[in-house]
Design a protein around this ligand. Structure first.
Ligand SMILES: Nc1ncnc2c1ncn2[C@@H]1O[C@H](COP(=O)(O)OP(=O)(O)OP(=O)(O)O)[C@@H](O)[C@H]1O
Length: 90
């Protein structure tokens, strides 16, 4: 059952910045972004992946990743929670 707590949704940049404590704790580095630890105001702990730069290619990659992870549900994978789109931030 999909309750509101597990819904894939849009996060504001403001709440993402707050949850990561202004992108303070790095937990990994990927091909097109840095991954940070985040704790949201409801207490939920998550990994936030922040794109290094926005380009047309990066925008395509971003859209493809969002479309993919939204449909990925497996007991051996972390649950995707949502995405954030701000003027220059993904
Ligand atoms: N949910 C998570 N929990 C803990 N660490 C994570 C999580 N997601 C990502 N990481 C860390 O961040 C790193 C980069 O993640 P990312 O998804 O960007 O990597 P990738 O898929 O290996 O790279 P690419 O972007 O090239 O596909 C991972 O290798 C891991 O160390």
């Amino acid at each position: 059952m999909e309750g509101p707590a597990s819904m894939f949704r849009k996060f504001s940049y403001k709440e993402t910045k707050k949850a990561t404590n202004n992108f303070n704790t790095i937990i990994g580095q990927g091909g097109f972004g840095t991954v940070y630890k985040a704790q949201f105001s409801d207490g939920f702990v998550a990994a936030v992946k922040r794109m290094d730069k926005v380009s047309e290619q990066a925008e395509d990659d971003f859209c493809r990743e969002i479309e993919l992870v939204e449909r990925l549900h497996h007991r051996h994978l972390v649950s995707p929670r949502g995405f954030c789109v701000n003027s220059r931030e993904r």
